[in-house]
Design a protein around this ligand. Structure first.
Ligand code: ASP
Length: 582
């Protein structure tokens, strides 16, 4: 593992010993991983971080030691000493790195007792996650979890090396701060010294890293905890780790090429090869072909616009959608579907907000077996089949609705129809719109954050602006995202205005940024990556909790410590708080 200073506990790492070390006495320390009693002999696999070593207790060599070893139980902590010897031929275990040797114990010391653990540490079988989280320190003793944490360490160190050698400085940003909008709720911390005032934990270091660019640091990075109070989904954590970076005097391609190189080297550690440069996909194309800006392209089954195929159609459903500014879009799903499955898919489409789902199976001579076949002319059917690349025997699906609904419904169905997805699909999405329409609040929302540089006529309609943002997508996950930023205060004010933020409120919340942008801010841009996701990907896991040492559950609870927990009356008083509802 690493050099070791011999002390009363150990002269060597147990898992590092090899046949070449046979000859002298060694002392090792660790946990009783497994114990077997065998024809008078006692065998113990001793575990430390480096791995396992077999200890043998012979009744005749050291009778008292052997007798005492009867009392050892799984997960007891011991230190043991004796000659390291080769195993008998028939006992050699080629599966084990230390499988050719064993330690003949002449003396040992029990350093700590262990109660019976709530689950077996030495087995990889499924264990209820609640139990694993409650006793995380035991869960982390398991080989699989230890190797995930080691992999995380390797990824983080490699990231540091890569960025250090590219001239980046690692700089810290505050945790007790003001709200940095990234589209989630803030976690807040009440101030005792200023009752009634609150800090926000950072959703990201966004504004600070921009100020570092104003300060002239040129290239900043940080592997930093961020906090977002969102309704948790399976792959979300309220606190998570980002690789966050920012660069001055750069354009999109400068940031993207730094990231291309980083992704290549970090993924290589996990044996995932990527070809550079990563493909750049336009936002509009992704939305059309896959119905989402973070598509998983592996199943194919692209969505196509059928507006031309059905222009002038007399079929009312299609004609109405097109006349109302909507779309008709479809995809080829291949093969025939039983009627029950078609009904299921139609129900699913409705659940997703569609008025209905058109299906058709292409038959000989271009006829369609479909409830709507009779409303469509042979030319329309021919054009649609051609656009979708559908041939005899293929089933196609179409949705006539608003652009958003058609994208959502077909985008979701294509993934639900997809078979097993193999390999990795890693690429950039570029050329985003600046804003999206928030139907609920009846206002524009930034697609990224309000510090992203807009492109377009700034005196014109903001809904038309594009942005200088770029995202990295992997297998349908957004792995990272960033942008070239606004570096002029008048442009920043214009964007706040477009978001409906009154100038005095913009000043109150972001005055420090607007000021900084008046003192010579260089053009700059950056990006942030979800490190937990990057490591999960490297480990081949879907679940980011397995690469986070102490994660939270879907309800935001830390089962180990019991956080979050109520405050006592004294603390509440000191903070000037009272709890009104639970
Ligand atoms: N601050 C952004 C985020 O956390 C990333 C960036 O724009 O650099 O998503």
């Amino acid at each position: 593992m690493t050099d070791l200073r011999a002390n009363r506990y150990r002269t060597a790492w147990a898992g590092d010993l090899r046949a070449g070390d046979v000859g002298g006495d060694v002392r090792v320390s660790g946990w009783v991983h497994r114990r077997r009693d065998h024809g008078g002999l006692i065998f113990i696999d001793l575990r430390d971080r480096s791995g396992l070593l077999q200890l043998v207790f012979h009744p005749e060599d050291a009778p008292e030691v052997h007798a005492a070893a009867h009392g050892l139980r799984s997960e007891d902590v011991i230190s043991a000493e004796g000659p390291l010897v080769p195993r008998e031929e028939e006992n050699v275990n080629p599966e084990m790195p230390t499988g050719e040797i064993e330690l003949n114990v002449r003396a040992f010391e029990k350093l700590a007792d262990a109660e019976t653990p709530p689950f077996q540490v030495d087995e990889e079988g499924p264990i209820e996650e609640v139990l694993r989280l409650r006793y995380r320190y035991l869960d982390l003793r398991r080989e699989r979890m230890r190797s995930n944490i080691e992999l995380r360490h390797a990824a983080v160190q490699l990231t540091r090396e890569y960025l250090n050698s590219a001239g980046f400085l690692e700089i810290e940003t505050p945790m007790l701060t003001r709200s940095t909008p990234e589209g989630a709720r803030d976690f807040v911390v009440p101030s005792r010294l200023q009752p009634g005032a609150f800090y926000a934990l950072p959703q990201s270091p966004q504004l600070f890293k921009q100020l570092f660019m104003v300060a002239g640091f040129e290239r900043y990075y940080q592997i930093v905890r961020c906090f977002r109070d969102e309704d948790l989904r399976a792959d979300r954590q309220p606190e998570f780790t980002q690789l966050d970076l920012e660069m001055s005097f750069v354009e999109e391609e400068d940031v993207m090429s730094v990231i291309d190189g980083w992704l290549k080297s970090v993924l290589a550690v996990a044996g995932i090869e990527v070809d550079l440069p990563l493909e750049r996909v336009r936002y509009d194309d992704a939305m059309l072909q896959y119905g989402t800006d973070r598509p998983d392209r592996r199943p194919g089954m692209e969505i196509h616009d059928l507006g031309d195929a059905f222009s002038g159609s007399e079929f009312k459903v299609f004609a109405d959608a097109l006349a109302g500014g909507g779309v008709v879009r479809g995809l080829r799903a291949g093969g025939e579907f039983p009627r029950s499955r078609l009904d299921e898919l139609t129900e699913r489409a409705k659940e997703l907000g569609a008025k209905g789902l058109v299906w058709a199976t292409v038959e000989t001579g271009g006829d369609w077996r479909s409830p709507v076949a009779k409303f469509l002319s042979p030319e329309e059917r021919g054009r649609a089949a051609e656009t979708l690349g559908a041939v005899e025997g293929d089933t196609i699906f179409a949705v006539a609705d608003s652009t958003e609904v058609a994208a959502r419904v077909l985008g979701t169905l294509r993934l639900e129809l997809a078979g097993p997805r193999e390999g990795h699909d890693l690429f950039w999405v570029v050329d985003f719109p600046m804003f999206g329409w928030n139907e609920e609040e009846q206002r524009l929302d930034p697609l990224h954050h309000p510090f992203t540089a807009p492109v377009g006529d700034l005196d014109g309609d903001p809904a038309e602006w594009r942005s200088r943002a770029y995202d990295v997508v992997l297998n349908g996950w957004e792995l990272g995202g960033g942008s070239i930023r606004i570096h002029r205060s008048d442009v920043q004010e214009r964007v706040f205005d477009a978001l409906g933020l009154p100038p005095d409120e913009a000043r109150e919340r972001f005055g420090f940024l607007l000021d900084a942008l008046r003192y010579g801010a260089p053009p700059h841009g950056g990006i942030a990556f979800g490190m937990d996701r990057v490591v999960a990907l490297m480990a081949g896991l879907d679940n980011i909790r397995d690469v986070i040492p102490i994660p939270k559950t879907a309800s935001g609870a830390d089962l180990l410590t019991g956080a979050p927990a109520p405050l006592d009356a004294h603390q509440l008083r000191e903070l000037g708080l009272s709890v009104t509802g639970r």
